[in-house]
Design a protein around this ligand. Structure first.
Ligand code: UT7
Length: 317
């Protein structure tokens, strides 16, 4: 048996994102349910969100993935693995990854979806990094894409004001030096009922306070451990990009992390909570706005249903 030449490291080569054009403001929601702009902004931090009208998860994933691929300078032939992190597909079969790969002209890649809910992108990124370093793939297209609007009860104010739609993508390829740090991942299955879609006739249900308490107490040690495993002090971080679940959670973890120089992603204000899409969407928009520089270090941290979590330090492309 022979082991193929393996890459010394893996890194994110490029990013891309897509948001539906349709904007839904808090005042729009207040017209159809008992809520108001003041409550939503003070409790969740959202001013507006994007909701897909005609776009499917696969449509949004294809556009975000195509942009990341174009920005990487690679051709579809250079990609041999596609991973889509999603938990909101309309149908169970087929997976999104094979459909998206076909639409992008990527011929016969490995293709699978990851369902780790809002932590999905970080799980997929860790898997892509391992595949490149282990010789299982040369370049990997990793996409987080969600259409939560089709799983939310639009008369339930406890979820309808929070969740939204969108997609973000990263191309992961080989590198001389490590550009994706070791992942810290785990789960708390004892709380699996805190976020669930019980069956095919049900909508998403969330025990908000249970998840809020967990997120604000259990996750900063994960963030610190991801930094420690990468040999990075939080003070060296240029960006902190946690899952955009709730602005109060983002700020609570950021405070405990003590990453004083880091730009903290607050994408939720205009994008809402887009589950597995929120991290690549926020990071891609941050790079596009020029808020962070190429080569800087970003800590990404996903968490959500399962309950699952995962985080790692990455070099910004
Ligand atoms: O992305 C996956 C991971 N998910 C998360 O991390 C979510 C974590 N949880 C949260 O972000 C928060 O718990 C929520 C945003 C979901 C809810 O905020 P909260 O501060 O925990 O509010 P609550 O559920 O304790 O509700 C407080 C009050 C209640 O009224 P009473 O019983 O005090 O009279 C609710 O009925 O606010 C009421 N309420 C609302 N009022 C206006 C709940 N939703 C709304 C609403 N508008 N949309």
């Amino acid at each position: 048996m022979r082991i193929p030449d393996i890459a010394a490291g893996a890194k994110v080569l490029a990013l891309g994102h897509y948001q539906p054009a349709h904007v839904v403001t808090n005042d729009d929601l207040a017209k159809t349910m008992d809520t108001n702009d003041e409550w939503i902004q003070s409790r969740v931090g959202i001013k507006e969100r994007r909701v897909a009208k005609d776009e499917s998860v696969e449509d949004m994933a294809t556009i975000a993935g195509g942009k990341a691929l174009a920005a990487s300078g690679l051709s579809p032939d250079d990609v041999d693995l596609v991973i889509v992190a999603t938990c909101t597909l309309e149908t169970q079969i087929p997976n999104a990854a094979a459909v998206v790969a076909h639409r992008l002209g990527i011929k016969s890649p490995g293709a699978f979806d990851v369902n780790a809910a809002c932590a999905g992108f970080c799980y997929a990124l860790a898997t892509a990094s391992a595949a490149v370093r282990g010789g299982a793939a040369r370049n990997v297209l990793v996409i987080g894409a969600e259409k939560l609007s089709q799983w939310v009860d639009w008369t339930d104010r406890s979820t309808a004001v929070i969740f939204a739609d969108g997609a973000g993508a990263a191309v992961v390829g080989p590198s001389e030096t490590p550009g994706i740090g070791p992942v810290v991942w785990g789960s708390a299955g004892d709380k699996s009922e805190a976020i669930e879609v019980k069956d095919r006739d049900s909508f998403l249900h969330q025990e908000g306070q249970t998840v809020f308490r967990w997120a604000t107490t259990a996750l900063h040690p994960v963030a610190l451990e991801a930094c420690a495993r990468a040999g990075v002090d939080p003070s060296e971080l240029a960006a902190f990009v946690p899952h955009q679940a709730n602005l109060r959670i983002v700020e609570a973890i950021a405070r405990k992390l003590g990453a004083d120089k880091a730009v903290v992603a607050r994408d939720i204000v205009h994008a809402g909570n887009t589950s597995a899409a929120s991290i690549p969407l926020a990071l891609s928009r941050m790079v596009e706005r020029g808020e962070v520089s190429s080569g800087g270090l970003a800590l990404v941290l996903g968490f959500g249903a399962g309950l699952t979590y995962a985080g790692q330090v990455i070099e910004i492309p």
